[in-house]
Ligand binder design. Structure first.
Ligand code: NAG
Ligand code: NAG
Ligand code: NAG
Length: 175
């Protein structure tokens, strides 16, 4: 199935970049974040430190990300929660946004599992690519999304529909 790590990286990176020398510097790392190095951000971006819980077919992993983020994920300094669920895979994240040089050195705290919400979206069956199975969203997931993803282990792209927090929807843009 699709690589949500890739998706998250895209969500964090896809915000419009304006070339400028005015940007602040933020620590940058992915995965375990055992080592981090400063990175110059495009103007208008702030620093982000993210802790995610990635659930892939029931296998759960914690992953971290630090770097620059646009206004869709970091509209203001402070903690932000986000979540995306495809059915077979989900990512729950807790982000700390801050707007001073190298302010994202600390690890974000782990996200809390949100309770069930009232929204239902459709999910896709990865074997048949039919997207007509209902998926219950969490309270954090206030939007449905439809996208096409290329799994990291395959050349064939397939539909990916599911529940998403609105901040992640706007970070991913229209699709
Ligand atoms: C985000 O999660 C934290 C705990 O992880 C919680 O205290 C806070 O209320 C949540 N914020 C929103 C907007 O859901
Ligand atoms: C989903 O669509 C497929 C193909 O159109 C159909 O065979 C299947 O019965 C549908 N399932 C549901 C739950 O509607
Ligand atoms: C999804 O929500 C519906 C309505 O609240 C409920 O009847 C159903 O059991 C839920 N399904 C799952 C898999 O939790």
């Amino acid at each position: 199935m699709a690589s949500l790590k890739l998706l998250l990286t895209l969500a964090l990176a896809l915000a419009p970049h304006i070339n400028s020398v005015e940007g602040i510097s933020c620590f940058s790392c992915t995965g375990s974040c055992a080592s981090q190095k400063p990175q110059k951000c495009p103007d208008g971006e702030t620093c982000i430190s993210v802790k995610t819980i990635v659930n892939k077919n029931g296998v759960v992993n914690f992953e971290s990300y630090k770097g620059c983020a646009g206004t869709s994920l970091c509209p203001s300094p402070g903690p932000k929660n986000f979540s995306i669920n495809f059915g077979t895979e989900s990512v729950l994240g807790r982000a700390e946004c801050c707007d001073e040089n190298n302010c994202n050195g600390a690890e974000a705290s782990s996200p809390e599992i949100p309770g069930p919400g009232s929204l239902q979206c459709f999910r896709c069956d990865p074997l048949t690519n039919n997207c007509n199975t209902s998926l219950n969203c969490s309270v954090l997931e206030t939007g449905c999304f439809q996208s096409t993803l290329t799994p990291s282990d395959s050349m064939v792209s397939g539909p990916a529909h599911g529940c998403s927090s609105v901040n992640l929807c706007s970070a991913l843009g229209p699709s």
